[in-house]
Ligand binder design. Sequence first.
Ligand code: MLT
Length: 403
Amino acid sequence: MLKLNENYLKLPGSYLFAEIARRTAAYSEAHPDKRLIKLGIGDVTLPLPAASVEALKRAADEMGDKATFMGYGPYEGYGFLREAIVKNDYLPRGVEISPDELFISDGAKSDCGNIGDIFSEDCTVAVCDPVYPVYIDANAMAGRAGDYADGRWTNIVYMPCTAENGFFPELPGRVPDLIYLCFPNNPTGTAASKEQLRPWVDYANEHGSVILYDAAYRAYISDPELPRSIYEIPGAETCAIEFGSFSKTAGFTGTRCGWTVIPRALVRGGESLYDMWMRRQSTKYNGTAYVIQRAAEAIYSPEGRAQVAELIGYYMENARVIREGLASAGLEVYGGTDSPYIWFRAPEGQGSWEFFDRLLGEANVVTTPGAGFGPSGEGFIRLTAFGDAENTREAVGRIKAIL
Ligand code: MLT
């Protein structure tokens, strides 16, 4: 008899953002007269940079001409994009990875989840708590999380990130095989310094663990001293895989493009993880569309760079409005300086979902409840700076009004 992947049946409820969408839709249906402002899921609202749109059109024309038409692309992505990423995102930071250590993907989310394919089902996984739910859910689907009870998975190593430790985890007592780190952090909006990351790189090298470093929000770091990549830490090339994304940097949430770096020096059990991932990708993935890779490459042109800087400036101004607005109302607010996320404590000890419902029902503002990101997120709310500027100001005003 056919057997299902029972790991799926252990997953609690629905994916966090699907649950928020469900509650929001139910509220809208019951109150069609209310105008909701959505600052929940971190989805962008500005259009693609003009340079990317032009590149998309040019690439579409190439696809319509027999002389320039492109069929299957390289599994690891086109050289032009891998080279542009290395030249613009890594070399200026002193990181000497090669374009031949990069894989172009359809976004960081897919690769953060799919990377588990090259690791054993028995690997132990450590995550920050609170955490982007994809890391846990994907490992639960693969059978690595154990059982879900009382809001926790039995086999996941949770590393609390709280106001007390500055939202940066302590090294775990029990040595994990895989360690997910994300900085600037989703959801807490905290960025990590080189001094904070160095012990993690040393720890992973010493114990043979692999760090899975999600750098999707790197473009929002404003402090030049803070690292944009784990490879700014010496030794990371022998212990870390890094995920990058065009989603938040250049408005590609719907267009889909990202990358994964697997240094050639990263070897475990005598095997090259680059080679294993290449084997996986060439079997299960046929690459990101040529036109999309051209659109991504265009963000590194002089016009593209200026347009991206403007876009990031727009969202960071939203972040400032939210951060300062909520702080002026007496709330305990974090993030929003090197990150597009603002993390704040619900007033008067209210629970995350309780305050989420109040914000939805009384202020008509959609947020993300911190508890949805893990046990240590309880009592917090996350707001995104990716909204429309006018709506963001109005949302902050509405929140202040109900406090
Ligand atoms: C978020 O809101 O955490 C992100 O937008 C989700 C994602 O990038 O998949």
